[in-house]
Design a protein around this ligand. Structure first.
Ligand SMILES: C[S@@+](CC[C@H](N)C(=O)[O-])C[C@H]1O[C@@H](n2cnc3c(N)ncnc32)[C@H](O)[C@@H]1O
Length: 234
């Protein structure tokens, strides 16, 4: 492993807002903060999850826009989390935490109704492994265990495959199977910056204009950004 990565890992250990649980802590049981995240933040504000957060641009960016919400970024890659964690520290933001873990363990970290919103930004479309897509049925079933009634599931993506899979297959099929738990589509645009963004209010436009590391790469290649938003009704 490169020296630079090791340095970032070591610095992550010093950040109070970076949580790096041992797999043993979550594999066979619940993480110590499950159901206690409001205590951890010291308030009762809504908790927003950024999944596959990479460098955590949305957690850090939204934390500034919404000081009355709490943000938790989850990703398995410590060197990427380090970038977001450093930004959060430099800006003195107290409403952000990062967890270095597999999203697959989400239900070991969060209790029923603990989460108000989930954001998925530029997740890998996992072309060859549909079960690993973060909007597959497997993950949706995990999300509904922790997302509040009327909670939001938001997806921003460059990938036509992931966008179409989510919109046309996974969510409709999920809704067809679970009559009492429904994801209602609130927003759907396949050309966010060209035609979609004007329909949102000023605050949401600021949010949607946050550009992640991967988004900047895809924009430089001329790709169009897609955005989907669903509300959980039960
Ligand atoms: C394409 S990157 C996008 C990162 C960031 N959202 C962005 O837009 O720059 C995908 C990220 O998902 C993370 N990831 C993929 N599957 C994961 C899983 N099951 N658990 C935790 N992290 C995962 C990877 O580590 C990587 O940082």
């Amino acid at each position: 492993m490169g020296k630079n990565k090791l340095k970032k890992f070591a610095q992550n250990e010093t950040f109070k807002h970076v949580i790096q649980p041992d797999n043993k802590e979550v594999l066979n049981g619940d993480f110590r903060l499950k159901g206690k995240w409001h205590e951890e933040f010291g308030n009762n504000n809504p908790i927003v999850l950024e999944l596959a957060c990479g460098k955590g641009e949305y957690s850090a960016g939204m934390a500034e826009i919404f000081p009355d919400k709490n943000f938790i970024g989850m990703d398995i890659k410590g060197a990427r989390i380090f970038s977001g964690a450093k930004e959060v520290e430099e800006k003195g933001l107290t409403n952000v935490r990062f967890i270095r873990t597999k999203i697959d363990f989400i239900n070991s970290f969060f209790a029923e109704n603990e989460i108000s919103e989930i954001w998925i930004l530029f997740a890998d479309p996992q072309i060859a492994k549909p079960r690993k897509r973060l909007t597959s049925e497997i993950f949706l079933n995990r999300y509904i265990k922790t997302l509040k009634p009327n909670g939001l599931l938001n997806l921003k993506s460059d990938s036509d495959d992931l966008y179409e899979f989510t919109r046309d297959e996974s969510l409709p099929e999920f809704n067809a199977k679970t009559k009492d738990v429904q994801f209602e589509k609130l927003e759907d645009t396949s050309a966010l910056y060209e035609s979609g963004i004007q329909q949102f209010d000023e605050t949401m436009q600021r949010v949607l204009n946050i550009r992640t590391f991967y988004e900047q790469m895809w924009l430089a290649q001329g790709k169009k950004m897609k955005f989907l938003s669903y509300q959980l009704n039960r």
